[in-house]
Each structure stands twice: as structure tokens, then as C-alpha cells.
Design a protein around this ligand. Structure first.
Ligand code: HEM
Length: 504
């Protein structure tokens, strides 16, 4: 509903934070984005369901942000409730732009990555992704993932501290590389995995928190060049990594063009033969997106689910019993959803208004940035009683509210990879906890460190000591009876699926 359609009077959102709360709220927001505090997003609920982050910034003060979001009018609004998230995503497509505020991400994913595409181009990209990520399609990787993880578990050191974040990253990188390129040459896979790992650590590594500022300044300076996704010269390390990864991706595209195989990249290349949309640059941006978005957030989610289980004896016992029986993965999936609720790997979902809109009876002006604070929404007490507690049982037999569970975002850019994630995450929890007895190095669930402004990680990398390991043959692997949605959290797959029509 746009403001002109309204038959009730509308008022501008109150300048609520322009009180003694303003500096505190402002401080909370940026301390979190810069990785200087634990995930305090949920605390923002105390400021209300919708409020301005700052009073509207007049020009020239708004100018630095305009470099990241074209046409920004100096207004920013934070939302903390499922009710208002629903209002935002129920707005007609012409009222909001879901890609505008992700302009900076093109320096990593590319100027034609799905994140920043809109309209028909975005539809075409989603159309290519949708059939690859259905519940049935992702089941094709189950056996491979079980084998890769089991052999990695066989090689894990016993009796000394190891960081599971790195272990999970190595696993997820191998699987996503095989998904993207269908590689079966282990030496080539290891080479590509090392490059991917270097790229991801360069962006989201916990040791590189301050690098974000340099990157954002660089992105702003390049913002002047419409469509450019080349980093400025002074970000030499980033440029070098980008050059190397681009060369490797192009090499794989060329190789698969002459020798196609059963992989996502091969099927994309086949599309390129008949559809001029799929230039080599678009192929590169899609593949870079899948390689990065398709594993890094999943690794964080494995970390948090592991953290919660390590510090909750009852939940761990239930999970271990389920893993040993291998008849279902229902409990593992409830753990995964609950961990995503408490510690969403991406801490916000954002849109930009293209028209004046009404939000909760208030006028929100055209060209305003709206940020849904995921953890705040995930702490809604009506939907999730005792929201701060880890209670996987709350997801038995229920569907998380469509706008009250935002781990995978919302709207047209909602993550297409949730089926892939749940299939892999079920395997990770069953094999890790079914085969290993582990002692955490911390006596509490770790704190968050926000990396690259947006991505939540456990500060200490989920450090454990493995006390005992069972042979893989002692713990059967779960296989869903039907190659459909079985084995994948029904609650998660029934969430808003923007690709339904694409698959019809
Ligand atoms: C726990 C795991 C994951 C989380 C929390 C997650 C989160 C998200 C979020 C919040 C978005 C929306 C960003 C936006 O609004 O622009 C997104 C987009 C995306 N995700 Fe995921 N993701 C996960 C796993 C995956 C996996 C496994 C894949 C692929 C195999 C994947 C591929 C993508 C792609 C391609 C997009 C861009 C979609 C678009 O712009 O249309 N993600 N993800």
C-alpha cells in the first residue's frame, strides 16, 4: 500500500531516538557492525518496533552514504518486529528496491551477481538457480558429503585443541566446489579450496575486522563509476586475490566449455549457448556468488549449532541418540533452525523505498533505507517464549512465522540455498556428534564477533578437544526414505519460497 492509497492520516515516524537514546542507539548499531561487541541486535527491541537510526541527515552530511546507495535521501529506519517486516515485504514491487543498498557487495561478488540484479535479469538468474537447489536436487550430494566429512573426521587430531570453524570451512568449501564445478581431481580441488579459503578469510576473517573501513572507503571511491566492480589500487591484497580467483573461475569455465560435466557451472554454460544474458562476466559473478554465499554462512551456522549442543547436555544426548539410530534427522533440523534463530549468520535484511510508503500508519518517504534487525525480530516473545533460551523443541511440528524467521532473508532476494543448507547441516550434526565425543574449550556458548559489517561468527572459532572417535561403520548414516523433501526440515522448506513459480 502506498501513501496515496491510504484512507487514514499518516504521520512521519516520530523522531523518537532524537532523545537521550540517540547516541546510545547509534553507538549500539555501529559497535555491532564493526565487530566491537557481542550480537546485541536483540536489544534494539527496546527502542520500539520501528524507529529512525538517526534524525534525517541533510545534504552534505548524507553524501558519504549516497555513495553506497544511489538517491539516498538521508533517512534510515530500523525495524524490530515480525509484524512490520510483513508490512514491508507486502508492499508492491514498484515501491521497494531490495538490491539498492547492496551496491558495495559487487566488489566481492561482482556487478552482475544475483544480490545486485533486479527485474528480469534477477528473474533469469534465479531461474537458473532454482532447479539446482530443490530438496530432491540437493539430495544428490548426500553420499558425497557423508564421505568427505567422514574421511575428514578420521583425520582429526585427538586430545589437543582444534578450531572447528576451520574444519567446517574446509568441509563446506570442498562440497560447494564440487557442486559448482563437479571436480573429482583431488589436487585441483585442494588448489581451488585454498584460493577460496584465502578469499573468504580476506573478507570475513576475524583478524581483519578493521579492514572493513578501508574496503568501504574504496567501494565509495569506486561508487562514482557506475557498474564498476574493480577494487581501487590501494587495496592491493584484495585486488590480487580477486585477480587470482577470477582467473581460476575463467579457467574452469573454459575447461567446462570444451569438456562439460554434471555440474552447476556446466549447466549454466549450456544456457549461455542459447541465452545472450549469460556472458562470461555474468557466469563469473554467479559462480563467485555460489562459491562464497554457498558456504560461508553455512559454516557459521554449523559453528553455532555445535556451540549450543556442546553446552546443553540434554539436547546433545537427544541428538547423539538420533544420530546413532539414523532413522530420522528431525531433531538435528530443529537444532539447526533454533541455532539460526538465536545467532543468525547475517544480522539484517534491507530494502530501499522507491515511493513514499505507509509503515504502521506512518509515512516513510521515498529513498529511505529500511533495515530489519534479524536478531531483534528473532527475539519476538509472542512467537518465541523465553527467546534467549536454546529450545530446539519449539520447532517441532510448527512452521516458523514467515516474517518472524529471517535467517535466510525475505522477499525476492531470499536465500535460494536453504534446502542445500539443511541437507548438509543435518549430515554435519549427525556425523560430528554421532562419531565424536568433544569437550569445548570455553565453559559457555561463545560471543559473537561481527565480521565485514554483516556476518556473525563465534569469536573463538568453536574450539574443542576431541576425546573419543567412533569408526564411521559404527554410526550408520541417515538417508531419507524418499528423494523429496524428506530429511530436510519441513518447517524451513515450507517458508516463503520466492522460486515457486520459477519451478512450476
Ligand atoms: C545457513 C546458511 C545460509 C544463510 C544464513 C544464508 C543467508 C542468506 C541471506 C540472508 C540472503 C539474502 C540476502 C539479501 O537479501 O540480499 C542470501 C542470499 C543468497 N544465498 Fe544464502 N544463506 C545460506 C546458505 C546458502 C547456500 C547453501 C547457498 C547455495 C548453495 C546460498 C546461496 C545464496 C544466493 C545465491 C543468494 C543470493 C540470492 C539473490 O540475491 O537472489 N546460501 N543468503
Amino acid at each position: 500500500m502506498t501513501v496515496t492509497d491510504l484512507d487514514v492520516p499518516v504521520h512521519d515516524l516520530p523522531l523518537f531516538p532524537l532523545t537521550r537514546h540517540t547516541p546510545k542507539l547509534f553507538g549500539e548499531f555501529f559497535a555491532l557492525a564493526l565487530g566491537m561487541t557481542d550480537d546485541t541486535g536483540f536489544k534494539m527491541r527496546k527502542h520500539g518496533e520501528a524507529f529512525r537510526l538517526l534524525p534525517a541527515l541533510p545534504r552534505p552530511l548524507s553524501f558519504p552514504i549516497e555513495l553506497y546507495i544511489d538517491h539516498w535521501a538521508g533517512e534510515s529506519i530500523l525495524i524490530t518486529s515480525p509484524r512490520l517486516m510483513q508490512e514491508v515485504y507486502a508492499l508492491p514491487p514498484e515501491a521497494i528496491d531490495e538490491a539498492a543498498s547492496k551496491k558495495w557487495s559487487r566488489f566481492v561478488f561482482g556487478a552482475q551477481a544475483p544480490f545486485v540484479l533486479a527485474g528480469r535479469d534477477h528473474q533469469t538468474a534465479r531461474q537458473a538457480l532454482a532447479p539446482e537447489l530443490t530438496p530432491a536436487a540437493v539430495e544428490r550430494y548426500r553420499e558425497l558429503s557423508n564421505d568427505v566429512l567422514d574421511s575428514m573426521i578420521d583425520r582429526l587430531a585427538i586430545g589437543r585443541p582444534i578450531k572447528l570453524h576451520q574444519f567446517y570451512a574446509a568441509f563446506a568449501q570442498e562440497v560447494i566446489l564440487r557442486f559448482a564445478f563437479g571436480i573429482d581431481d583431488q589436487a585441483q580441488l585442494d588448489r581451488l579450496r585454498r584460493t577460496l579459503n584465502r578469499a573468504i578469510e580476506h573478507c570475513t576473517g576475524t583478524g581483519r575486522r578493521r579492514a572493513l573501513l578501508g574496503f568501504m572507503a574504496g567501494a565509495a571511491s569506486r561508487g562514482f563509476k557506475a557498474g564498476s566492480d574493480e577494487l581501487p589500487r590501494y587495496l592491493a591484497a584484495g585486488r590480487k586475490i580477486r585477480r587470482e580467483t577470477d582467473a581460476l573461475i575463467q579457467h574452469k569455465i573454459d575447461e567446462l566449455r570444451s569438456r562439460p560435466n554434471d555440474s552447476f557451472a556446466s549447466r549454466l554454460i549450456a544456457r549461455a549457448e542459447t541465452d545472450p544474458f549469460w556472458t562470461d562476466k555474468v557466469l563469473r559473478d554467479m559462480l563467485a556468488t555460489i562459491l562464497i554465499a554457498g558456504h560461508d554462512t553455512s559454516v557459521t551456522a554449523y559453528d553455532w549449532a555445535t556451540e549450543f549442543l556442546l553446552h546443553d547436555d540434554d539436547a546433545r544426548k537427544t541428538l547423539v541418540a538420533e544420530a546413532k539410530l539414523a532413522a530420522t534427522d528431525t531433531y538435528a533440523q530443529a537444532v539447526n533452525v533454533e541455532a539460526l534463530r538465536l545467532k543468525a549468520p547475517v544480522w539484517g535484511t534491507q530494502v530501499f523505498t522507491k515511493q513514499d510508503i505507509a509503515l504502521d500508519g506512518h509515512r516513510v518517504r521515498k529513498n529511505t533505507w529500511i533495515f530489519g534487525v534479524t536478531t531483534a525480530v528473532h527475539y519476538d516473545e509472542e512467537l518465541y517464549p523465553e527467546p534467549g533460551r536454546f529450545l530446539p523443541e519449539r520447532f517441532f511440528g510448527t512452521t516458523p512465522d514467515r516474517h518472524g524467521f529471517l535467517a535466510f532473508g525475505a522477499g525476492r532476494h531470499r536465500c535460494p540455498g536453504s534446502n542445500f543448507f539443511f541437507a548438509e547441516a543435518g549430515i554435519v550434526l549427525h556425523r560430528m556428534f554421532g562419531r565424536l565425543e568433544m569437550r569445548p574449550m570455553l565453559d559457555h556458548v561463545d560471543d559473537t564477533v561481527m565480521t565485514f559489517g554483516f556476518f556473525n561468527r563465534p569469536k573463538n572459532g568453536t574450539e574443542v578437544v576431541v576425546l573419543r572417535r567412533r569408526e564411521s561403520r559404527e554410526v550408520p548414516a541417515f538417508t531419507p526414505a524418499e528423494q523429496t523433501s524428506a530429511g530436510v526440515c519441513p518447517r524451513a522448506t515450507s517458508l516463503d519460497n520466492p522460486d515457486k513459480e520459477l519451478l512450476a
